[in-house]
Design a binder for this molecule. Structure first.
Ligand SMILES: NC(=O)c1ccc[n+]([C@@H]2O[C@H](COP(=O)([O-])OP(=O)(O)OC[C@H]3O[C@@H](n4cnc5c(N)ncnc54)[C@H](OP(=O)(O)O)[C@@H]3O)[C@@H](O)[C@H]2O)c1
Length: 228
């Protein structure tokens, strides 16, 4: 399959709300983005939409398994209930040294219940479930679960939110660097991957807060008192 090239970021499911939001922010900061989709035409259409929003954007679109080897960092931006099948579909395209970012939240909507609660995952979290399924040598990092898609897509404003990032140290530090590309985001060292279960659950809490406080754009959160 060859070595991943350049500083591109692949976003599988970049045709959806959250992936599109991240893609827009990354290209605006000058990073190349590879949009992945199950259907190449949808990836190409999303890439075109991104170029229209951010003239000069370095963005391409491919079917997921073709997009996967084109970047060192591969962000999975598909609903939780499709994570396992998506990982299966790209497994052969992954190589040691790549980093897979899990953004999934096991919302109870996956089983027909509400979005303000989660379901239990055997491995402990969506991120750990993904980690159990990638080939040896591929690191899985958990990130961006608490960031609002709406705010990401609204390029005129910063995205005021801390991003707790968990996983093996070197890989998580690489992903923490992505937060510098998005005005307002701040990376917070979330330690080992098993902390992802806490971070994922916070999203369900935030969704409930969005409803109670009537903030359809989505709330963010900050951790205070961190040293500079
Ligand atoms: N939306 C938010 O505000 C938000 C916030 C924080 C975290 N997240 C997380 O980010 C991820 C993406 O969320 P989203 O709101 O962007 O989701 P979404 O718009 O519902 O879906 C994203 C993409 O997933 C792909 N997909 C749909 N059904 C699929 C299937 N059966 N198998 C494989 N892929 C499928 C589709 O891409 P193709 O049809 O092009 O393949 C779709 O565009 C989720 O894990 C979510 O928990 C979202």
């Amino acid at each position: 399959m060859g070595e991943p090239v350049s500083d591109a970021i692949a976003i599988l499911g970049g045709t959806g709300d959250q992936g599109l939001g991240l893609a827009l922010r990354f290209v605006k900061a000058g990073r190349p983005v590879v949009v992945g989709s199950r259907v190449e035409e949808r990836a190409l259409a999303a890439a075109e939409q991104i170029r229209e929003a951010v003239p000069g954007a370095e963005v391409s679109g491919f079917e997921n398994s073709v997009a996967t080897p084109r970047a060192q960092i591969v962000i999975l931006s598909v609903p939780f209930e499709h994570m396992a099948s998506t990982v299966k579909s790209i497994k052969e395209a992954l190589s040691p040294g790549q980093i897979v970012v899990s953004m999934g939240v096991p919302l109870a909507t996956a089983v027909g219940d509400g979005a303000t609660r989660t379901v239990g995952i055997w491995q402990g979290s969506c991120a750990e479930m993904v980690a159990a399924r990638v080939p040896k040598g591929v690191d899985v990092v958990s990130a961006f679960q608490n960031v609002s898609a709406h705010r990401l897509q609204h390029l005129a404003d910063p995205v005021e939110c801390d991003v707790l990032i968990s996983g093996a140290k070197k890989a998580r530090q690489t992903v923490m660097g992505l937060c510098d590309l998005v005005p307002g985001l701040r990376a917070v060292d979330g330690g080992p991957l098993d902390n992802a279960r806490i971070v994922e659950a916070i999203t369900a809490l935030l969704i409930g807060l969005n409803i109670r406080y009537k903030v359809p754009e989505g709330l963010g959160f900050r951790i205070t008192g961190l040293p500079d």
